[in-house]
Design a binder for this molecule. Sequence first.
Ligand code: ZN
Length: 271
Amino acid sequence: MDASNDVPISDASQEWARSFARHARRERRYRRLMRHVPSGPRCKLCYTPFRGFGRVIARLGRGPSRKNPTLCATCLEDGPEGGFETEAGVVFADIRGFTSLAESLEPKEIAVLTNRFYRATTKVFVDHEAIIDKLVGDEVMAVFWPPLMAGGDPREEMVAAGLDLLRAVGYGADGDAWLALGVGADFGSTFMGNVGGEYARDWTVLGDVVNVASRLQNAAEPGQLIVSGSVYEAVKGGRDGAARLELDLKGKRESVTAYALDLGADRRTGS
Ligand SMILES: [Zn+2]
């Protein structure tokens, strides 16, 4: 195996990580400003938009990076080549039963619904200072990275975001939710950085946290946010209503303790 194709995780990446965290601290204020600027594609890390008003900023060196169009040139150049290990939270939101739902809709109707879903969920994530990592089909993945956040416990922010996602599609209010949404969240050690190669490259996080968050989201009923035991331990003050679950997650030898926060229970028993 050619080592030069590997993602570098050397001691040097620790130095980069420190430099990048300093960059992130500088970016926080800028990021809070930019999140109020509407428009489509934007840098994942600092939210600079790449169209509309963003074209003015692009001239100041904040255009999409040529190496990775999901980040602006400023963020990428201050970021590490390859990646580094860091603590982060991952939240997945997913449309329940999308395959069978899609069967009953015209392609155009699917596009309209999916767009509405992306708009609602990305707004919630941006409001909670997350990185929108991926929009894939019926799923959105967001990363909560403490150096980019204003402070406080990132796990509190993740749980607040998860519940706001459910509210954004109509749970926790009178009437029907317009989308059957399930949410999962975990927090812990990740590998963060640029993955991929010459032709496709993406800024993302990897690690067990990503798998666990995805599996928890898979286990969620419509209207539920399922969080890992460690996330719940950090946020449980004032959240008594959570149901303790023992879940057998795909790929895990032992069952995993998790907690369900439910905004959809009334509707499910009623139907
Ligand atoms: Zn940026």
